[in-house]
Design a protein around this ligand. Structure first.
Ligand SMILES: [Zn+2]
Ligand SMILES: [Zn+2]
Ligand SMILES: [Zn+2]
Length: 315
C-alpha cells in the first residue's frame, strides 16, 4: 500500500470513530470526538500532500528518505503547518483558523481541563464541516475509483450526521451563509430538504451546498417535482398539469412551474438546466398548442407552432 492509501484509510477510520462518539453524547465521548476529528483532519490534509509528493509529509522535505517513510520512523510535518504548506505549495485557499482551532482544542482536551460538552460538540461540528468540504473539494476529484467510492460513502455518512443532529445542522448552515449570499437562485434541496440548493445556470444543473449533492438539470427537475413539490401518481391520475416543461430558453426538459426560489419569492418558473427564472406575468401559454412560452401580447404562438405553420425558410 502506498502512503496515499494508508493515509486516506486512516482518515476514514478516524472520521467513523468521530461519528460513533458523537452519537453517544457523554462527557467522555465528546472529548474522544475532539481527539478523533483532529486526527482525521490531520490525516486528510496529509493525504492531499501525499497525492502531490510523498516528500511533503516530512517536516523537512529536503531530508526525506523513502526508507524512513516506509518504516514510518520520521519527523513528519506538524499539524499546525499543514494548511499553510497546502496553500503555499498547491495554491489552495484553505482557511487556517478552522483546522488550527481543532488542533489547539485537541491539546487542551488531552493535557488540560476541557470546555463543556456543548462547546466541544460545536467545535467537533466545525471540524467535521471542514473535513466534509475538504474531501469534496480536494480529495474526491483526485483519488482512484476504489478510494473514491469509500470516501464518497463516508461523505454521505457525515452529511447524515449533520442532518440528524440539530446543533451540527445549525453550525453547518452558519458556515454556508456567506457563500449562499453570492447566489441568486436558491431552492429547497430534494435530497436534504435544506434551503441550500443553488442552480448554477451554467448548464450543469445544481449543487446543494449543504449535502454537496450535484445533480444534472433534467434529473434535478424530476427530483424537485417529486420530493419538494410532492407531485405523485395522484396528481397524475387526476390529470393535473405536469409541472415540468421544455425550457424555452435552453430546450431541456427541466423548466419547473411552481418553483419556489427562497431568495426571490416572486419567481414562479425556473429552469434547473440553464438557470433562467421567470415571474408569473412573464410566462404564457401558446394559443395553438398550449406549450409554455415567453409572454408577448403581439405574439401568442410559440416558436414551434410558427415554424410548423410557416413554409420553411421564412420566419
Ligand atoms: Zn442537499
Ligand atoms: Zn433552460
Ligand atoms: Zn405552440
Amino acid at each position: 500500500m502506498d502512503a496515499v492509501q494508508v493515509l486516506s484509510e486512516n482518515g476514514r477510520h478516524f472520521l467513523r470513530s468521530t461519528l460513533e462518539e458523537i452519537h453517544k453524547d457523554s462527557p467522555t465521548s465528546n472529548r474522544n470526538a475532539v481527539i478523533y476529528v483532529a486526527a482525521a483532519l490531520e490525516v486528510l490534509l496529509k493525504t492531499r500532500l501525499a497525492i502531490e509528493h510523498w516528500t511533503l509529509l516530512f517536516d523537512d522535505p529536503a531530508k526525506a528518505k523513502i526508507a524512513e517513510l516506509k518504516s514510518g520512523d520520521f519527523i513528519s510535518v506538524q499539524a499546525s503547518k499543514l494548511v499553510s504548506r497546502l496553500n503555499n505549495i498547491l495554491a489552495l485557499d484553505l482557511k487556517p483558523e478552522a483546522s488550527d482551532k481543532i488542533f489547539r482544542l485537541r491539546n487542551r482536551v488531552v493535557h488540560y481541563a476541557p470546555p463543556s460538552g456543548l462547546a466541544l460538540r460545536v467545535e467537533v461540528a466545525l471540524g467535521m464541516n471542514f473535513a466534509l468540504q475538504f474531501i469534496h473539494d480536494h480529495l474526491l476529484p483526485l483519488l482512484d475509483s476504489e478510494e473514491h467510492a469509500e470516501l464518497r460513502t463516508l461523505k454521505e455518512e457525515i452529511s447524515k450526521v449533520f442532518l440528524d443532529l440539530d446543533e451540527f445542522r445549525t453550525k453547518r448552515l452558519l458556515t454556508l451563509e456567506g457563500e449562499l449570499r453570492t447566489h441568486s437562485t436558491i431552492v429547497e434541496c430534494p435530497d436534504c430538504s435544506q434551503h441550500t440548493l443553488v442552480i448554477t445556470g451554467d448548464g450543469n444543473g445544481g449543487v446543494c451546498l449543504f449535502c454537496l449533492t450535484e445533480t444534472e438539470g433534467e434529473e434535478l427537475a424530476q427530483r424537485y417535482k417529486v420530493n419538494v413539490l410532492q407531485w405523485g401518481w395522484r396528481d397524475e391520475a387526476r390529470g393535473s398539469d405536469n409541472p415540468i416543461h421544455e425550457c424555452f430558453e435552453c430546450g431541456a426538459l427541466s423548466l419547473v412551474a411552481g418553483i419556489r426560489v427562497i431568495n426571490r419569492p416572486k419567481i414562479a418558473y425556473g429552469c434547473f438546466s440553464c438557470g433562467e427564472v421567470f415571474d408569473d406575468a412573464a410566462v404564457d401559454l401558446c394559443d395553438r398548442c398550449g406549450a409554455l412560452k415567453v409572454a408577448d401580447d403581439e405574439d401568442t404562438l410559440c416558436p414551434d407552432c410558427w415554424s410548423s405553420i410557416l413554409p420553411s425558410g421564412q420566419s
